[in-house]
Design a protein around this ligand. Sequence first.
Ligand SMILES: C[S@@+](CC[C@H](N)C(=O)[O-])C[C@H]1O[C@@H](n2cnc3c(N)ncnc32)[C@H](O)[C@@H]1O
Length: 287
Amino acid sequence: MIRTAAALLMLLAVAPLRASDAPYVPTPMSVVDAMLDIAKVGSQDYLIDLGSGDGRIPLRAAARFGARGYGVEIEPHLVRGANAAAQKQGVADKVRFEARDLFDTDVSKATVLTTYLFQSLNLRLRPYLLAKLQPGTRVVTHEFHFGSWQPDQKITITAPDKPYGDPRSDVMLWIVPADFSGLWRVSLPGEPERELRLEQRFQMLSGQLGAQPLAEGRVNGRSLRLVVAGAQTYTGTLDGDTISGEVSRAGAAPQAWRAQRIKRGRMDIDAGTETPFQSGSPMGDSR
Ligand SMILES: C[S@@+](CC[C@H](N)C(=O)[O-])C[C@H]1O[C@@H](n2cnc3c(N)ncnc32)[C@H](O)[C@@H]1O
């Protein structure tokens, strides 16, 4: 009986917490560096890698930039190896790895979040990341995207050390957008107040200012940029329910503007819908 219990405990110590949702395929180091560069990782950052494998992304962020990091990985032997590597590389005070299900991980403290997971997993994570990550958090993926949430930046780099397929990889960056949607009252010195109506789908804004439709509208973290009637550009930063910033109009000096939210909307994050899977990856994504 005691022997059986001991054997079971040993088995639990080496077995995954549950079945892995994606195979272990390491990101080539050239791609790791491109991921850190596109996110502009610095010493102030706290990077979380979901499905951290041998820990190379947080380890590299610590070694190159002094960033703190955390990785969660379902395979305990990979976690043990990653923590041992952190010790060996002298970054164990900055980087930590845990055997944990990525779907049961608190990501709220991340300033940079990385994944190299199937698109189906990214899509499952998408609403959670948008709800839990602070606006402005940089999300970087290797190869797999987030469906209808379009990347803010995408590069393709050569990766001669890639273990499968074409020796090149996509690296994509998303900046978690603050929710600007709703009805706003806009004030500019010496002008009557106007209503600004904003609808938001991920980082894209549409709507109208007074009677004028927005020609362009985009969110970058807590900042926004609106172009009205082709010639007026409003930039601003969100603080609570207030936007403050500057408006540039043709032939006039830039002017301060403010807006107060009078009714909250809700950012459209395409909840419950899935886009077709990205094809062509030898890592596959059948779900
Ligand atoms: C493609 S590898 C990426 C490893 C590492 N992030 C890299 O880029 O080199 C995906 C990793 O996610 C892990 N994984 C899969 N499902 C997981 C889950 N539900 N929770 C935590 N880790 C998981 C796998 O074991 C695997 O090591």
